[in-house]
Structure formats: structure tokens, C-alpha cells
Design a protein. Sequence first.
Length: 277
Amino acid sequence: MLDIWIVLLIVVIILLFTVPVAQQQMVRARRLRTIRDLETERRTRVITLIHRQERIGFLGIPLFRYIDINDSEEVLRAIRLTPPDMPIDLVVHTPGGLILSSEQIAMALRRHRGKVTIFVPHYAMSGGTLLCLAADKVAMDENAVLGPVDPRIGEYPAASILLVPRLKPPEEIEDRTFILVDIAAKAQNQMREFVTVLLRDRMDAERADRLSRLLTQGTWTHDYPITFEEARDLGLPVTPGMPAGVYRLMDLFPQAMPRRPSVAYVPVPYQGEEKKG
């Protein structure tokens, strides 16, 4: 009798580990089919850069995702596998990430001869916005947002660190702060120059320089949402609207389900009521 319970316990443990893996493989297969359908519809190479908060295994450990060096390696590989003249569609949903990785992807997109379109169904902040600056076209959902690309030094914005020498006399500033000020100045200048190079492909030099300063020098807080209307007014190549296939693809990258869902709705489209004459 004891042996039966041991066997059952082993089976349960195996299921706890194998069922989530099997489910992930099924979702991955559906994602690939949806990507292929979108590629066939648009005759492009479709690449996704989608970061969600995920939970690992049955323990539910949260994993926060952002643009890292692994992402840049994979995106660059996808671009290399794409014929030079084939258009690329990049679906971006990210809070941002490493500057190095974001700049590598942006440079690769800029060098690609075919048309590059970035789709932003919800948000492309910080490093995600940097990618948008390298695209020929940015298609945004009407409620989607971009963000500033001002660099951060650790937990602090570079622009805020640069204010310290203006607000305090040198004798009251620690040596470590002087070092941070030096790093912040270099980071800000490097980002401004990089953004200017990207923007000069889309607009005249004077306008590109003015916009790069606006985006990189702490005009807003780092999480400031740049709406579609504001991005258009700034002169970015944004257009409204999103293919239905992009929304279907996003449905296959679900947000990790919390123990107590904060948002609930019936997940089907409703038909609007006809107006009575």
C-alpha cells in the first residue's frame, strides 16, 4: 500500500514539472503559426520583442524581462537571416533595457535596406523607443505610448545627477558624486549623439539635433508617456492603426496571472448597438 502512495507522489511531482513545459511548447507552436500567417499576409519577416512579467514553474516566482544582450543577439541573427531587400516587421512591447543591446538592434535596423516597420500595440519605453527612432515607420495603437531615452546611472537619471554641481558648492560634494557627474555627462552626450544620427535619416540636421536634446536631456521623467499624438507632433514617423494579426500575436504572450486578478472582462468582441431612427 505504501508503494502505491509513493508511486502516486512521484507521478504528481512529474506532472507538476512536465505539464507547464508541455503547455509552453503548445503556446510556442501557436505563436510560430501566427507569426507565419502574419508574414504571409504582409510579405515580410516578422520579429517579436515582447517582454512580460512571467512566473517560473509551479512556484510562481516572478521574472521581470527587459532588453538584454541575449535579445540583441537573437534579433541581429533574425535580421542576418532576412534577405537585404525584404521588409521587416518588428513587434515591440517592452519597458526598455540595456543601452548597449538597444543600440545594437537600432543600428542593425538602420542598416537593413528593406523597409522596417515597428508595431507598438501597448508600449515601447526607453530602449524600445530607441528602436522606433531607427524604423522607417512606427505603427501605434491609438492608446500606445513611447518614452524618453535619457540615460540612467544606476537608479538615478543622468540629467538629475548633472544638476548637483549647480545646486551645491564643490566643497560640499563627495568624490563619488563627482565621478557620477562625469559618467552622467558622458552617457548623456553619447545618447544624444546616437539619437541625432538616427533622426538625421528622417529630418534635417537642425530639427534632429533639437529633438534629440528633448528626448535625452531629462525634459521629462523617464517614465513619461509620449502618446501617439505627441509623437506625431514631435515629427516621429508614427501612424495609427494595427493589423489584427499583431493583436492575435499579443494574446499568445499573456501576462502572468496573479493570484487575485485585478482586471476581469468577457474576452470576446461585442457588437455595437444599432442606432434607432
